[in-house]
Design a protein around this ligand. Structure first.
Ligand code: GTP
Ligand code: MG
Ligand code: ZN
Length: 347
């Protein structure tokens, strides 16, 4: 396997080393997927023959999206032919429901340690959207860090501080001017060697600006947002991995428009752990928090210990994740059936 030092710079660590040793064969190398293109995968480090692009091909192409290689994956490749042999088991994967429908999941990134969930101190800010992002991130077992950009432009920063204090104190959060190295220095804690960070957020919130400031260089294009409504212009058009001077690897992504949760019920539960704790002390296991006696949720509402809007947001998100789980499991069940019984499937 090439130089270990190079792999370390790509996020390699003892976990990957042991998996690799278990599967090692003399004619194979391990690489990280740094971009997924229509024609194939971009890899780093390149294969011994200098090739840094391979096609997905064969058995991987026929798989459900969740089992196909995605950005951030560690893959084992035949050194000479460039054939993809295996995807090393993922430590984490961020996914959403595919907008194409049909219960397909869409992978956003694999093997991410920390997600910087980015929003701005302007019209982009939405407690509900932050909760949605954090649900997706926690479901993947990833540490969320909330980054509130454009603090330098905020007319009334206290409004944002209040909303953050009321809802998000379980996670680290920061006000920053994303262009200012001194502000962004607070994020370096999550950017050390062996760490992979993903940036998530709407267009125009400053994801690429953060990559540039953390890099101390202009590695990504950025563009001013629309004056009238603070909406971005979808400047970043594809996902890409960047290597930070702090030693970590950071993934820049195009701004996400509204997205639907995949099968992430437990992520929603983790965001609203306080509400799920309360629900466990309702007298009836199947309490619907309506008129039932001994309802801990209703008591908390009446005592002013639970914000009714927060409860509504929880109920909406948990219903969405449950509905997604249903269609996703149907789709994945069908995927297996198709493989096993292919000749008999009626058209
Ligand atoms: N004043 C100020 N401007 C910022 C801040 N963060 C980003 N900007 C500006 O906002 C604009 C959009 O920033 P980008 O980094 O391109 O946003 P993005 O999230 O990458 O957007 P997409 O690539 O479209 O998803 C640029 O003009 C940045 O200079 C900030 O904290 N303060
Ligand atoms: Mg961008
Ligand atoms: Zn109840």
């Amino acid at each position: 396997m090439g130089s270990n030092d190079i792999l370390m710079d790509l996020g390699w660590n003892a976990h990957w080393q042991s998996l690799w040793e278990a599967s090692q064969a003399v004619d194979r190398v391990v690489c990280r997927v740094v971009a997924v293109q229509r024609s194939g995968l971009l890899l780093t480090p390149p294969l011994p023959n200098g090739q840094n692009e391979i096609s997905i091909g064969g058995k991987f192409f026929l798989r459900l999206e969740k089992d196909r290689p995605t950005i951030g994956d560690w893959i084992v490749v035949e050194a000479d032919s460039g054939a993809l042999c295996e995807i090393l088991p993922r430590l984490s994967v961020i996914k959403r429901l595919s907008p194409a429908g049909g219960g397909e999941v869409q992978l956003i990134a694999a093997n991410v340690d920390t997600a910087f969930v980015v929003t701005s101190c302007n019209a982009d800010f939405s407690v509900a959207r932050l909760e949605r992002y954090i649900s997706m991130v926690l479901d993947a077992g990833i540490q969320p860090v909330l980054v509130l950009t454009k603090a330098d432009l905020a007319v009334d920063i206290e409004t944002y501080r209040h909303a953050m204090d009321a809802n998000f104190n379980a996670w680290p959060w920061f006000f920053v001017d994303a262009r200012a190295a001194t502000d962004v220095a607070a994020l370096a804690l999550w950017c050390g060697q062996g760490q992979t960070i993903a940036l998530l957020g709407s267009s125009g919130v400053g994801k690429s600006t953060l990559v540039n400031t953390l890099s101390g260089a202009t590695v990504q294009l950025t563009q001013a947002v629309r004056e009238q409504d603070a909406k971005g212009r979808h400047t970043t058009t594809h996902r890409s991995l960047h290597f930070l001077p702090q030693g970590g690897v950071i993934l820049d992504s195009p701004g996400m428009r509204e997205f639907q949760l995949a099968d992430t019920v437990s992520g929603v539960g983790a965001v609203f752990a306080d509400i799920e704790d309360l629900a466990r002390s309702c007298r009836f296991r199947d309490c619907r928090h309506g008129a039932e006696p001994g309802c801990a949720i209703r008591e908390a509402l009446q005592a002013g210990r639970l914000d009714p809007e927060r409860l509504q947001r929880y109920l909406k998100l948990i219903a969405e994740a449950a509905a997604s789980s249903e269609v996703v499991s149907q789709r994945q069940g069908r995927g297996r059936a198709v493989k096993k019984d292919r000749p008999h499937i009626p058209r």
